[in-house]
Design a protein around this ligand. Structure first.
Ligand code: AMP
Ligand code: MG
Length: 484
């Protein structure tokens, strides 16, 4: 079966300094892991062909379909606040872009097809250009879970094993490659790459490219900045409402499209605490759950800095306006936070007056070691008090909540129906992700597939689904690793 991909590669048409032409490096023995058939169809690709020998060979990097123009993208970035003027795709290759067909749910959208773990590039620095199976499966599981939760995100289209070993701290591990789909892989760090080089012409081309691709209504760099601020504020509010911690919000890991990108040491919290950090390399908690909105603003300020040379008029006025646009994040974020958390407790139109009620619940949850996901879901099932170390702490909150719910236009039943759509029963819990990875390393992919199937319908899980359970103390995962 021939794999045909109707590539149309707009990024490859940008000037040479945007990328390095680089083919994926072939591997010893490609083997199939999975194909996301629904996503393939939505992109106008044949899932059967992707599953076939050519598809597996393409994902592994051993075969290039016609029309692919493989390249590594150049970018820079602030990593944990320190600027690195040159990062770039050190272990990823953009194969090209496809436009989703007219009869697709993604109709008209343009999407990158990118291999991750496909071998060294000129940007690899000391890295081997590879990925091991663990991070490939983790990214698959979590990014697809986010998509099912209606969070903007990159997607997993296919994955393959390489038949090669990858050396990490843990020792030799099985290698794998992920075929990832994104609205684009253009990052805040892509702008920073050219800003660091004073390359205003490239900044202008990049800005035009991003506007045409992601924000066709935006007229000029200031409008682009406002549009990115808006999308990021909404995205991060969604992360917060799900107890999601990205883990490495470096500017090279913030997509200007507003999609969640680069799933490394990311995790969903079990017990709620605002200072929760999982990433083993995040020593000072820079990317803790509660810090994410602030970091979003910090990153967007870097984007603003990059766009300033393109903004005409009086420089001081441009700085002032760009600053105001970046600070506009707070208002959008706060409104979105209120709407999302309000919905979680059954409020159809939460107002500022409701904020203390929500914050009080969160404070009690933190004090009571209540599981984030289970507590919110249990609210609609009348069992939330069981999630608290001291159930009386919940009881003391509940009376005020019931009084507020009584004012809801749809009554308690309406509120419960809305809560069932706002509070997932199933999230990609760390211990389940680790369990799926451990089994896969032993050659058993059944737990990986079972977990993905459960995560595909996060809101309507049966009450007795084993994926709803919080980890036992001995199952609890406290650290996630970047050793990807
Ligand atoms: P990340 O922390 O995964 O977002 O990656 C930051 C930078 O390190 C990017 O430029 C990556 O391409 C690069 N990188 C990460 N892992 C590897 C690896 N195994 N080999 C080469 N480059 C890598
Ligand atoms: Mg990255």
């Amino acid at each position: 079966m021939t794999l045909h991909i109707p590539f149309d590669n707009s990024y490859a048409r940008l000037p040479d300094r945007f990328h390095v032409r680089q083919a994926p490096v072939p591997v010893a023995a490609p083997g199939p892991i999975a194909v996301n058939a629904a996503l393939a169809r939505a992109l106008g690709l044949d899932p059967e062909a992707l599953t076939g020998a050519e598809g597996v060979a393409m994902v592994a990097g051993n075969w290039l379909p016609e029309g692919a123009e493989p390249l590594a993208q150049a970018y820079a970035g602030h990593q944990f606040g320190g600027f690195n003027p040159q990062l770039g795709d050190g272990r990823a290759i953009l194969l090209g872009e496809v436009v989703a067909p007219a009869d697709s749910p993604l109709a008209g959208g343009r999407f990158d097809l990118q291999l991750k773990g496909s071998g060294p590039t000129p940007f690899s620095r000391r890295g081997d250009g590879r990925a091991w199976l663990g991070p490939v499966l983790r990214e698959w599981i979590v990014s697809e879970a986010m998509a099912a939760l209606n969070v903007p995100t990159t997607r997993a289209l296919a994955a393959a094993t390489t038949g090669e070993q990858v050396w990490r701290e843990q020792g030799p591990l099985p290698g794998a490659v992920l075929l990832r789909v994104a609205a684009s892989h253009i990052r805040v760090g892509t702008f920073q790459f050219f800003r660091a080089r004073n390359d205003t012409e490239a900044l202008r081309l990049l800005t035009d490219h991003v506007i045409a691709r992601h924000y066709p209504g935006a007229e000029g760099p200031m409008a682009l900045l406002a549009a990115v601020v808006d999308r990021q504020a909404r995205l991060i509010a969604q992360w917060m409402a799900l107890g999601f911690i990205h883990g490495v919000m470096n500017t090279d890991n913030m997509a200007v499209s507003g999609e969640t990108i680069d799933y490394g040491p990311c995790a969903f919290m079990d017990d709620y605490h605002p200072e929760t950090v999982f990433s083993s390399i995040d020593q000072f908690g820079r990317y803790a759950w509660a810090n994410q909105p602030q970091i979003g603003v910090w990153n967007l300020a870097q984007l603003a800095t990059c766009l300033l040379p393109l903004i005409g008029g009086e420089p001081a006025a441009a700085v002032e306006e760009a600053t105001a646009v970046v600070h506009g994040f707070a208002e959008i974020y706060q409104a979105e936070w209120l709407a999302l958390f309000g919905a979680k407790i059954g409020l159809s139109a939460a107002t500022e007056a409701d904020r203390p009620l929500i914050e009080d619940l969160l404070t009690r949850m933190a004090g009571g070691q209540a599981d984030f996901t289970r507590t919110f879901r249990a609210l609609l099932e009348g069992k939330a008090r069981d999630e608290f170390l001291d159930p009386a702490a919940f009881d003391a909150w509940e009376a005020g909540w019931q009084a507020r719910l009584a004012q809801e236009p749809g009554g308690i039943d309406g509120a419960k129906a809305a809560m069932a759509r706002a509070n997932p029963a199933i999230i990609a819990r760390n211990h389940r992700v680790e369990e799926a990875i451990a089994a896969a390393v032993e050659g058993d992919f059944a737990p990986f597939h079972a977990l993905n199937a459960a995560l595909a319908a996060p809101f309507d899980a049966a009450p007795d689904s084993p994926y709803r359970a919080a980890p036992w103390p001995e199952q609890r995962v406290l650290r996630t690793f970047c050793g990807t």
